[in-house]
Write a protein that binds this ligand. Structure first.
Ligand SMILES: *Cc1c(COP(=O)(O)O)cnc(C)c1O
Length: 404
């Protein structure tokens, strides 16, 4: 099991105070905190072997190239991708999704269909709307149920020969629902369409096996898995990555360039134009090592304990309603109390040193479904404690007393 006290020592930020109170960080679904080993890896890179990669014959360049490509292999192993070149390093989930959407602009035809889920983050909605505008393809939606799950009967009905692509998140960032992606992938493949899984919210809790899932694309952000901002992972099956055209043109992604004709580099470089976030890529590998050292099963079990502990106490508060009540959830609680605006509760909690997120969580369609402007969202990580949850519950009660 996890030694939480020891784990907390690994995160320097957890020692700081906010508004004169010890920081309680419950905004993990927005970004995770950074362990010292990752901070050290970033400092080590800039202090000792900062150089541009892939082109240099000199030693520093080779050291940096080796470290960057080793990180790619770590990521490949973590996701169980068949090949290292099926891992494209991007600037984040949003960038990875746009890369795929842009590629499909030359594949998708007018009248063909694209299916997204109602539980998506805006970054898994807007690129597909732009794609449909460009191609004349039709965007359809898998609706959600009251409990915040996908309506799988409606999904089954949406499967048609015109369907070419399905986009769904593994875990909803606004509600925490774990979606049945195994079933979605299997059923979608039966009609010959491809599936992109947005794993930004799942990867902090679940270690996905992309080959077992048979996902065509799986994307996530490093900053939610103890890594730095500005780095993301795009896993794509080799056949898809070969078929898709490059996203951006520039250095690194070419084979031969002349003014008559340019030929592109092979995978993964075809999709990594320009100097990448070298240090960030290396640090991402270190973050994954750190989390694998704790063990994803241990992380998920402990976080679920925190989720149950918090949910039970929250529901004892009069007028409090939790949005997203699926039995399959990660450690996210989205709630409102009576008519109190979520922003007001968030502001009072901040005065108490407690960081939660308030608002629509980049998922306005979900808020529209519940006819609310937003929620208060507390999201827990493996470095949080039950004592912190007790303080948070007291804080919510104080806020409610002041505001009602
Ligand atoms: C955070 C998040 C994103 C966006 O990630 P960026 O790092 O901002 O690109 C997309 N989808 C989900 C489910 C998320 O949680």
């Amino acid at each position: 099991m996890l030694d939480i006290k020891k784990i907390r020592e690994d995160f320097p930020i957890l020692k700081r105070e906010v508004n004169g109170k010890p920081l309680i960080y419950f905004d993990n679904a927005a970004t995770s905190q950074t362990p010292q080993v990752v901070i050290d890896a970033i400092v080590d890179y800039y202090a000792n072997y900062n150089a541009n990669i892939h082109r240099g014959v000199h030693s520093l360049s080779q050291e940096a190239t080796d470290a960057y490509e080793e990180a790619r292999i770590k990521i490949q192993k973590h996701f169980n991708a068949a090949q290292p070149y099926e891992i494209i390093l991007t600037a984040g989930t949003t960038h990875a999704i746009n890369l795929v959407a842009n590629g499909f602009a030359s594949i998708l035809k007018k009248g063909e269909e694209v299916l997204v889920s109602a539980l998506e983050h805006h970054s898994n909605i807007v690129p597909w709307q732009m794609l449909c505008e460009k191609t004349g393809a039709i965007l359809k939606v898998i609706p959600q149920t009251e409990s915040g799950e996908l309506d799988m009967d409606a999904f089954a009905k949406a499967l048609s020969p015109q369907l070419k692509l399905v986009f769904v998140n593994h875990v909803s960032n606004a509600l925490g629902t774990i979606n049945p992606i195994e079933e979605i992938i299997t059923e979608t493949h039966k009609v010959g369409a491809a599936v992109l899984i947005d794993g930004a919210q799942a990867t902090p809790h679940i270690k996905p096996d992309v080959q077992a899932l048979d996902a065509d694309f799986y994307v996530c952000s490093a900053h939610k898995i103890c890594g730095p901002t500005g780095v993301g992972v795009l896993y794509g099956k080799e056949e898809w990555l070969t078929k898709l055209p490059p996203y951006q043109g520039g250095g690194e992604m070419i084979d031969q360039v002349s003014f008559e004709k340019t030929t592109y580099a092979g995978l993964p470089h075809k999709f990594e134009a320009g100097t990448p976030n070298i240090c960030g890529g290396i640090a991402t590998g270190v973050g994954l090592d750190y989390m694998n050292g704790l063990g994803f099963d241990n992380i998920a079990a402990y976080e679920d304990e925190l989720l149950q502990y918090a949910t039970k106490q929250l529901l004892e508060i009069e007028g409090l309603k939790i949005y997203g009540t699926s039995a399959h959830k990660t450690a996210v609680v989205s709630f409102n109390v009576g008519e109190i605006h979520p922003y007001d509760i968030g502001t009072i909690l901040d005065k108490l040193g407690i960081a939660v997120r308030t608002g629509h969580h980049c998922a306005q369609p979900i808020m529209d479904f519940y006819k609310i402007p937003g929620t208060v969202r507390a999201s827990f990580s493996f470095y949080n404690t039950k004592e912190e949850i007790d303080t948070f519950i007291d804080g919510v009660k104080r806020a409610v007393a002041m505001l009602s």
